[in-house]
Design a protein around this ligand. Structure first.
Ligand code: IMP
Length: 423
């Protein structure tokens, strides 16, 4: 059976966790394929909010198997904290959570290197979540990294020491002030590694291959968003992995011809956390209203998210790069009450009007060109059927579907599992 993908089409925080949770009952296996604890996937059900960072969003469903794929980077300390939270909820993950031996490990010194690198950049900092993501992927591509499978070797601690010592020398090289007690960080790390080792490590690409052969349905869960992709995002203000569809092939070992549906998740407006260009960013009352009504604070860092109008130029680009087959629009409810709405349909780029996403979208090069829409005032959160949606929202949806040449099959009208309208 083909593997379906679920991806964010903007700068992350689109609401992927909620949709995976909603769709999980249709799948046997939910697999994360890239990123790590920089992600914060929020799920709300039975009046409770749950935030997952590395563990796939299918973990609360008894029948689903959850796989952390080879493309993911794992911080054992954060992973243990996630498991502790699952223990509090009596979630039985011992049999339903599998980890790829080829996933890379985030060491405490990777986190320190992230902090040192950001501090050394000053104003040009990426605005990283400081979870050690960049340095861990650097060690992976530099062929120095430590993998989950290494933890099964008798000399893994010596390997750890050699890498950590090298990192300490690199931290000195940055010549910036960062305070840390490595012995304390390591004690916490070694304890967490033992917990990780109590879980099931597998040769995940073989597992996925056999599962497909046996007719199991698989949903690959993306993290971050397409505009944070290391190749196609707003480089260098991006994350260090391929967040787009191709990343699912390399991050799970799935052949490109085995990909089925590609679900693209986007918010009805746009947000971004951290640094980097954002053409439709708002600095006025409208932006403040989106932030307030949409509770736009990072699920991982708590940082306020920057807000702005929907950017169709960027969204079209993300649909193209990912081969999106179905769109899912999130947080339509947040736009209730706006008299009018704007959608950026083209850029004025270096004096010329363009409709494609160019190499450089820095503010000095790009000015958004907007199309205006009538707003709606109805509270959407109590609506459960497509026929109840206000006409102005239906017009907004119809316009986007036409422009993106892709159907919008889910409209989310609130954070809870139940606040989901299928079309
Ligand atoms: P890093 O992945 O922690 O190195 O962060 C690089 C950039 O990606 C920063 O601008 C972060 O704010 C952003 N970022 C990383 N992960 C997420 C996410 O899950 N949601 C939104 N932004 C993210």
């Amino acid at each position: 059976m083909a593997v379906d993908l679920l991806l964010g089409l903007q700068w992350g925080d689109e609401g992927k966790g909620k949709i995976v949770d909603v769709l999980t009952s249709k799948y046997n296996i939910i697999a994360r394929f890239q990123g790590g604890p920089n992600a914060g996937h929020t799920l709300v059900f039975n009046g409770k909010k749950h935030v997952l960072h590395t563990i796939p969003s299918g973990i609360f469903h008894d029948d689903a198997t959850n796989l952390v794929g080879n493309g993911v980077v794992i911080d054992p300390v954060i992973f243990k904290k996630e498991l502790d939270k699952l223990d509090e909820q009596n979630v039985n993950y011992k049999t339903s959570l599998l980890i790829s031996r080829k996933a890379h490990i985030i060491l405490p010194t990777h986190r320190l290197l992230d902090a040192a690198s950001e501090a050394s950049k000053g104003k040009a900092k990426i605005g990283s979540t400081l979870k050690g993501i960049g340095p861990t992927y650097m060690d992976k591509t530099g062929r120095n990294g430590m993998r989950v499978g290494d933890l099964e070797l008798s000399d893994w601690k010596e390997r750890y020491r050699a890498l950590a010592d090298k990192h300490e020398a690199m931290i000195d090289f940055y010549n910036v002030e960062i305070q840390y007690d490595l012995a304390e960080l390591e004690a916490e790390f070694f304890e967490a590694v033992e917990v990780l080792k109590s879980l099931q490590f597998i040769d995940s690409e073989e597992y996925v291959f056999q599962a497909q052969k046996a007719g199991k349905s698989i949903l690959a869960e993306g993290a971050q968003g397409s505009l944070l992709d290391i190749d196609f995002g707003t480089y260098p203000f991006v994350t260090s992995s391929n967040t787009t569809a191709a990343g699912a092939c390399t991050g799970l070992g799935v052949a490109p011809n085995q990909i089925g549906e590609v679900f693209g998740i986007f918010k009805a407006y746009t947000t971004r956390v951290g640094s980097g260009p954002f053409p439709t960013e708002l600095f006025d009352e409208d932006g403040a209203t989106m932030a307030k009504v949409g509770h736009e604070f990072g699920a991982t860092t708590g940082r306020p998210r920057r807000c702005g109008w929907l950017d169709l130029v960027a969204l079209k680009y993300a649909c193209q790069v990912n081969g999106v087959t179905q769109l899912m629009m999130m947080k339509a409810d947040v736009l209730s009450g706006f008299k009018s709405l704007k959608v950026c349909t083209a850029y004025k780029y270096k004096g010329e009007v363009i409709e494609h996403f160019p190499y450089n979208i820095e503010p000095e090069n790009v000015e958004p060109i907007y199309t205006e829409f009538e707003g709606w005032s109805e509270d959407l959160t109590k609506m459960s059927d497509y026929s109840e949606l206000p006409k102005a929202l239906n017009d907004y949806i119809a316009f986007l579907e036409k422009a993106l040449e892709t159907p919008i099959t889910i409209v989310s009208v609130g954070p809870d599992r139940k606040e989901t309208i299928f079309r």
